[in-house]
Design a protein. Structure first.
Lengths: 296, 331
């Protein structure tokens, strides 16, 4: 089982990002995703900065380096940036929008299909395999059973299975909007956001009026309030056709998270219950844990 | 500019037709479409009679097969596409690349529209669907500003359809799993958002509470009007403040943009609301027909009539309307 580090979804300063990747480069990770996937206004790192970081990381880690693209493209300038990203000439790209799929297909470049692409069945996967898909990160709302069915359906179509990377740990990316919810919470217009999301290294918690953590506001992205954690389900992954587990960066403690997953893939016993939610994996509401869903 | 109206029932379809819809879009009675609500949509007989009425008046029928197919139910999506083709519909509205691929190969004559659930917001994404599936139209998600729509229309070869009126999704359509996070059912996979079966109303001494999947979405004082607990439209706590942190209950209304949309070359304006009543469809279709006709008669003199706005406000969520993302002057 491989372990990957997903792209940083939050807006961190350049210094924090560089420190973070220096720390992660020393971790037993097989794939590192770099790049900005949420908001084109976040400019702490330019494309050249990301590529420079990738070159530095190459010196100190054997992990594969991948560049992730923006999920929601609205302005023509964002499409131009995405073109430059696809033309980087060095790194594999994670497509998070069908526009990126088209650009990569035109360039005859293989790509990773990120979790923001709506691929829920083998026929859709086969369509994108024809465009260059080589690794698939399923939408976060997919259950384990749906993934297994997809891969079996792909077998029946006589297609090779892509590498499958499961979103295993972190706040789940749930939605994208034209509106910046962080700016809205701060009573700022989006065009004068003052990059206020940089003040929230793990987003802003959105609670119900009863104090229940529901969502996490992260600019134009809405994440789950709870952290998803599938470590307790580890024993099922191989039989479900999963090759790689994605750990999505949090502001603190990622080294420990990587170590926990690494210990289990090296033969350590997975915990009976892991802190966090795993309802989606079990085909239940994503916010629940298997225990809360009455499954154990 | 075509007027495309929703119909979740035969009476709604007749209302749309009577009020001058150029095209009417419907869904089958299952989870192959994004308005899979109990008791909604047309059965076979109703569809047949609806189609006859539409043909008699030389209008168009579109069928939405616009959810994402799950492997176990693939045949259901295939059958839905085949049925639409057999009916001879004027367009199939779809989002799933698998469904689009099947439709374009099996029924090359079938006119394909990319659903808003396909979430295509840029020229490269539209180009993918055009090149691979030959789509003849795309419905744009409600996230683009008018300037961005204009820019896109100038660059793409795909004719564009935009939402003119109806409930407002604040999230990019097809890019939102909030509903399944709380209830297990999402628009993409189940054709529902904030499903009615997950809703609970609770009345106590303090007032009325609405819950979805057990989660408190909003709480209303005795005299406050209560809204359906669509989960993005509740009042939540953020940084210690209680407010509509994602979106207020409000409807999109773009009557005043008709001249700009026409000038951009938008092919069609879509009215949201297959889940709404025939009376809603009648009211909204009537106003939009009048407005589009007034614009066509004398584009220079076009002015939004106060009675149009009043009629639309009466059927709007929270009785308020907004221009949504269209009004933004910036990115």
């Amino acid at each position: 089982m491989q372990l990957s580090l997903g792209p940083v979804l939050f807006y961190w300063s350049r210094a924090k990002l560089l420190d973070f990747y220096a720390e992660m480069a020393a971790q037993p990770l097989d794939i590192l995703y770099l790049g900005e996937t949420v908001c084109s206004k976040r400019r702490a790192m330019s494309l050249d900065d990301w590529l420079g970081l990738a070159r530095e990381l190459r010196e100190c880690t054997r992990a594969e380096l991948v560049l992730s693209g923006l999920a929601l493209l609205e302005a023509a300038s964002e499409l131009s940036s995405l073109k430059r990203l696809c033309d980087n000439g060095e790194l594999l790209v994670e497509a998070n929008d069908m526009g990126a799929v088209q650009l990569l297909h035109e360039r005859r470049l293989p790509f990773v299909a990120g979790p923001a692409l709506n691929l829920y069945n083998a026929h859709a996967l086969a369509e994108l395999q024809d465009c260059g898909l080589q690794r698939w990160v399923p939408p976060v709302e997919c259950s384990g059973a749906l993934l297994r069915d997809c891969l079996e359906q792909l077998d029946q179509l006589g297609r090779l299975r892509p590498q499958v990377e499961l979103f295993a740990y972190g706040h789940l990316p749930l939605a994208y909007s034209a509106r910046c919810f962080t700016a809205r919470a701060e009573n700022r217009p989006k065009d004068d956001c003052q990059f206020c999301c940089q003040d929230y290294p793990e987003g802003i918690p959105l609670l119900s009026q009863e104090g229940e953590a529901l969502f996490t506001l992260n600019g134009i992205q809405t994440l789950s309030g709870r952290v998803s954690n599938l470590l307790a389900d580890y024993a099922q992954f191989e039989a479900h056709g999963i090759d790689c587990l994605r750990l999505s960066p949090r502001a603190e403690g990622m080294g420990e998270v990587v170590q926990q997953y690494h210990a289990v893939r090296q033969g350590g016993l997975p915990p009976l219950l892991a802190e966090g939610c795993n309802g989606y994996w079990h085909g239940r509401p994503g916010m629940l844990s298997a225990e809360e869903a009455g499954l154990c | 500019m075509q007027l495309v109206c929703p119909a979740g029932s035969l009476p709604a379809l007749k209302a749309a037709l009577n009020q001058g819809a150029d095209a009417i879009y419907v869904g089958f009675r299952d989870d192959t479409n994004a308005r899979h609500f109990a008791g909604l949509n047309l059965d076979e007989k109703q569809l047949d009679s609806g189609l006859q009425l539409i043909r008699a008046q030389r209008r168009q029928l579109y069928v939405a097969v616009n959810t994402y197919a799950q492997p176990g139910g693939w045949q259901r999506w295939q059958r839905a596409v085949d049925r639409a083709a057999d009916l001879g519909v004027d367009a199939l509205i779809a989002a799933d690349p698998g469904v689009l691929g099947y439709a374009s190969q099996r029924h090359p004559q079938l006119n394909l529209h990319l659903s808003v659930q396909g979430s295509a917001t840029n020229v490269a994404a539209l180009e993918l669907y055009r090149q691979r599936y030959g789509i003849r139209r795309a419905v744009l998600p409600r996230v683009l500003s008018l300037a961005q729509v204009r820019n896109l229309a100038g660059k793409t070869e795909v004719p564009l359809e935009v939402f003119g009126f109806g409930s407002l999704c604040i999230m990019a359509e097809g890019r939102c799993h909030l509903s399944s996070y709380l209830t297990g059912e999402s628009p993409n996979l189940c054709g529902v958002c904030s499903p009615a079966k997950a809703v609970r109303w609770q009345e106590d001494a303090d007032g009325l509470s609405s819950r979805l999947g057990g989660v408190l979405i909003d709480r209303y004082a005795k005299d406050e009007p209560a809204a359906y607990p669509t989960l993005c439209k509740g009042r939540f706590m953020v940084n210690g403040q209680r407010f509509h942190a994602l979106e207020e209950p409000t409807s999109l209304n773009t009557l005043e943009l008709i001249p700009q949309l026409a000038e951009i070359g938008i092919a069609a304006v879509k009215i949201e609301g297959r889940q709404r009543s025939p009376a809603y469809v009648e009211q909204v279709a009537r106003v939009w027909r009048a407005a589009l006709d007034a614009y066509r008669r004398s584009p220079q003199q076009f002015q939004v009539q106060p009675q149009w706005q009043a009629a639309l406000a009466a059927v709007s969520e929270g009785s308020q309307t907004t221009l949504g993302a269209y009004h933004r002057a910036w990115q």
